[in-house]
Design a binder for this molecule. Sequence first.
Ligand code: CDM
Ligand code: ATP
Length: 289
Amino acid sequence: METIVLPAPAKLNLFLHITGRRDNGYHELQTVFQFLDQHDVLSFTRLAGNAIELECADPALANDENLVVRAARLLQTQQKVPQGVRMILDKRLPYGGGLGGGSSDAATTLLALNQLWQLGLSTTQLAQFGLELGADVPVFVHGHAAFAEGIGEQLYPVDPPSPWYLVVDPGVHISTAELFRHPDLTRDCQPVSVDDWQQRATTNVCEPLVRRLYPEVAKALDWLVEYAPTRLTGTGACLFGTFESQELARAALADLPAQWRGFVARGLNESPVCQQLRQASTDNLTNHD
Ligand SMILES: C[C@](O)(CO)[C@H](O)COP(=O)(O)OP(=O)(O)OC[C@H]1O[C@@H](n2ccc(N)nc2=O)[C@H](O)[C@@H]1O
Ligand SMILES: Nc1ncnc2c1ncn2[C@@H]1O[C@H](COP(=O)(O)OP(=O)(O)OP(=O)(O)O)[C@@H](O)[C@H]1O
């Protein structure tokens, strides 16, 4: 039996601009993705038959709609793989909050199965499969912090500072699709570029609308901004404050009102999955029982 265990990190959108809308409803975005040192953990065990199995303690995620099952099915079908896999998802990240955990789980699945099933696909090929699962999947496959445009799939590696963040989850679910459909969303941001975004005034363009539609998020934003510069990630509802040190971020976390959840995390420009895959040989990753 062979098992591979890998992390699936969260991401933040350091800013999010919308510059247009395509005929299919998808939006032209500009954003910078940075990873966090907080992650889910996935384990993959090769099965001789072609079954794709998922074990997850959270009943809301233990089903065939889970992005890890969809990622495994996609690879198995497209590459005509005569093998199966048993996956265990240890879900640690809050989901549905703009931290990209589902997309990251899918990316880790593509990377792991490429090894476990010995498919020999390139990162670019895996990222193309990833894009079929979601706009945020390719950046997790490539594994480097990136300036992104297009629908989020045109990626340019960047190395922004790696501060400490306090991520606050106000416990509100915001549907990405619904927010993107909203008539009041600003869709005409002036384009920035990979070379000048750090000098330009950036923002998360969803923030004013999210504030208006979700008062609890507005309350959490108003609380966190007293401690540090604060922004929404993705379409929310999670927020992040940017701190100079872990101690300052932890001190703010200690004051977090009881109705919200939060965690302190470090920004990472290299994904721990890719680091692990590169550093460890297949033998180190594989336990032969
Ligand atoms: C907003 C971001 O979180 C920024 O990182 C992402 O671009 C969203 O990425 P994601 O969750 O992987 O998105 P998908 O699962 O592909 O799309 C969810 C929904 O968001 C909308 N969507 C997404 C990406 C995009 N560039 N334009 C859109 O309009 C679409 O209505 C889509 O139905
Ligand atoms: N492995 C998974 N982990 C989390 N959610 C998943 C997973 N697979 C499917 N989902 C579904 O996807 C939805 C969005 O999850 P995800 O964590 O990717 O959202 P998000 O943090 O808002 O990310 P994004 O910024 O990509 O929109 C969840 O509400 C859940 O129903």
